[in-house]
Structures are given as structure tokens and as C-alpha cells.
Design a protein around this ligand. Structure first.
Ligand code: PMP
Length: 345
């Protein structure tokens, strides 16, 4: 494992946090113009690949580590240990290393090879957990075992840590409100695929505080619903969402209905965004755009619906995102005619 950084008075913990904060969040809001079912539409998506490590998870990693550092739960020299399907690990590893910590990541072994190489390249010690060893739940159990064995371990616990939601309530949600207000709009709906649920719960809270009628829709893959079943029923190809359980920070009594989107449809949508608009986003972004259109259909064609493009496509080019995806008659993406986008700062 890579060493901790030497303590240096030119780079205090505070200075390191302040520098990182300038590189995280404040992402553009894209107004994506398209035609669907004969109607001209606009939906809004935060371009989260603009953040330091290229995903929405920088926000949660930063807020959890900063809050923990301020409360004393994270001490200089602590080993940071997290279970993750990828983006969270990349964010925790990069931020942890920049703050001078050693980082150890547990991850299911079926995640893309790019994710594994990236984690190793940024100095994380990577432990892969097979399906037989418990997959995602096995990864979480392994982090808890390590923390029980050693006194110097900090567990961000992204699935149960409220500072994950706090990042999105205080930042992502406020940014969406401000960026929409700059063009005279208030959100009528928000949709986001649920991994930890930090995005949907945190942004949901921020938007509800501004407009109590806003529709907040969690999204999950139709091939492997978790939120509507309480457990994982099958395999799906939208890395980063619908892991194997309902995370502790998810409270479905505070949201509207769960939107269900097929992984193949999501892949085609992400491929179209890349090839037609040059917006090279990941699979969950394709799912979120489809989900936003489904919610807009319910709220009205002129409603203001926002979502997130959680990351870019670089980590998925070796997966089905980089191959031709067979079209099924029920898919939405093939019917969507993309027109263009405006980027709001
Ligand atoms: N999309 C991708 C690509 C992700 O990595 C994640 C995080 N696991 C999500 C969506 C879901 O975000 P959240 O954990 O805030 O629910």
C-alpha cells in the first residue's frame, strides 16, 4: 500500500480540504433538447463528470471526510476503508490520498476492469470480493471486520452516513435550484438512480424545501429491482445503482414512486448521448435521462424535470456500453431524437 504523506506545515489538513473543495461540485447543468412522441422537450441534467475524479461521488466523499475530520472521527494517519461499486472508491481513494491517508477498498469482483485499474493507480489497496464471498454485502462485512481488528480505521459508511445526503442537500440540490432560477424555472420533478440513495434523498430534501409539490422519483433497473422488492432479484448492467439491499439512508416514505428503466434501454440512451451530442456519459446517465422523460410524461410536457449524469463513459467502454445493444420494442431510447444542449453554469 502507498505510504501516508509527510506532515508539512505548508499543507495543513485544512488547506488540503480547501483546495479539494475548489475541484468538486459546481458542475454545469445541461438543458438537453429533444423530441419524443412527437413533442419538443427539454430536460435538465447535472454534468457530474466535471468533478475532480469524474463522478458525482466526489461530493459525498468530500462531505463525509470533512465532517469526520471536523468531529475528530477521522484522525491524521487513519486508514480509510470503504466498500464500493467503484465511483465512491475512486473518490474516497483520491481524496483520502490527497489528505495524506492510506486507503483500502473492498469491491465486488464483477465491476469493470477500468474501475479496478483506476483504483489501484490512485494508490488504493484493492480487495475483490466474489459472489460466493458475499459480493456487495460481503464487501461491507469485510470493512467492518477490519475496523473491529484495528483501532486506526475510519469507515465512511456511505450507505448509512447522513453526511452523504448532506452533500447533495447542501450542494447538488442548491446548485440545481440556482441554475434553474437563472433561467426563471423551478423544478417540478427530480429523478435519480439509487446506489446509496445519497443523491435522491439529499437533492430531494433541498428541492422539497423550495417547492413542497416537487416530485422526487428514485430509479432502479427493471431487470433487478431492489427498492420495490427489498432485496436483489437478478443481474443488471447499470453499474453504480441497485446494489443488493435498500441502504439505510433511503426512506421511500419521503419520495414518490420508483421509476423502473431497462439496462439495455439505458445503454442505448447513453450511446446516443455520446455519439449524437458528444456527451460521453455512463450507463446510469442514460437511465436517468429516460427516467426524467417518463416523469415528464406524467407531470406534463412543459414541466421542468432535472436529473444527474453521474459520470462519463470511460470506465465502461469494455462493457456492453462499448458494443452494439439489441433494440427491444418497448425501449424508449430508440424513439428519442436528440437535438442539442445548452450548458448553464
Ligand atoms: N450512478 C453511478 C455511475 C454511480 O456510481 C452512483 C453511485 N453508486 C450512482 C449513480 C448513484 O448515486 P447514489 O449513491 O448517490 O445513490
Amino acid at each position: 500500500m502507498a505510504d501516508t504523506l509527510p506532515l508539512d506545515e505548508d499543507f495543513s489538513v485544512q488547506d488540503r480540504f480547501n483546495s479539494l473543495s475548489n475541484l468538486i461540485g459546481r458542475t454545469p447543468l445541461l438543458a438537453v433538447h429533444l423530441r419524443w412522441r412527437g413533442q419538443r422537450r427539454v430536460v435538465y441534467a447535472k454534468a457530474e463528470h466535471y468533478s475532480l475524479t469524474g463522478s458525482i461521488k466526489d461530493r459525498m466523499a468530500y462531505n463525509i471526510l470533512r465532517c469526520a475530520s471536523e468531529s475528530g472521527a477521522l484522525k491524521p494517519g487513519d486508514l480509510i476503508v470503504e466498500a464500493t461499486s467503484g465511483n465512491a472508491g475512486i473518490a474516497v481513494a483520491a481524496l483520502g490520498r490527497a489528505l495524506g491517508h492510506k486507503v483500502c477498498i473492498y469491491m465486488p469482483d464483477w465491476m469493470s476492469s477500468e474501475r479496478k485499474s483506476l483504483l489501484r493507480s490512485i494508490g488504493a489497496e484493492l480487495h475483490l470480493v466474489s459472489k460466493e464471498e458475499g459480493g456487495f454485502l460481503g464487501s461491507i462485512a469485510a470493512t467492518e471486520k477490519l475496523a473491529a481488528e484495528r483501532g486506526d480505521v475510519f469507515l465512511p459508511c456511505q450507505f448509512s452516513n447522513r453526511d452523504n445526503c448532506g452533500a447533495h442537500e447542501l450542494q447538488t440540490g442548491q446548485e440545481i435550484l440556482k441554475q434553474l432560477a437563472s433561467i426563471g424555472k423551478v423544478p417540478d420533478g427530480f429523478v435519480a438512480g439509487v446506489g446509496t440513495g445519497g443523491t435522491i434523498m439529499g437533492v430531494g430534501r433541498a428541492l422539497r424545501a423550495a417547492n413542497s409539490n416537487v416530485a422526487i422519483h428514485p430509479l432502479e433497473p427493471s431487470e433487478s429491482p431492489t427498492l420495490t422488492t427489498g432485496y436483489k432479484v437478478g443481474a443488471h448492467r447499470i453499474q453504480g445503482i441497485s446494489d443488493e439491499f435498500i441502504p439505510a439512508i433511503v426512506d421511500l416514505s419521503k419520495t414518490d414512486s420508483v421509476v423502473s428503466v431497462s439496462d439495455g434501454d439505458s445503454i442505448i440512451m447513453a450511446q446516443k448521448l455520446a455519439s449524437q451530442l458528444g456527451l460521453a456519459v455512463g450507463i446510469s446517465s442514460g437511465a436517468n435521462l429516460i427516467g426524467a422523460l417518463m416523469v415528464q410524461d406524467r407531470l406534463g410536457v412543459n414541466s421542468t424535470v432535472a436529473t444527474v449524469f453521474a459520470d462519463d463513459n470511460k470506465k465502461y467502454l469494455s462493457t456492453d456500453l462499448g458494443r452494439e445493444e439489441p433494440v427491444k420494442p418497448e425501449y424508449i431510447a430508440p424513439e428519442v431524437e436528440l437535438i442539442g444542449f445548452e450548458a448553464l453554469q
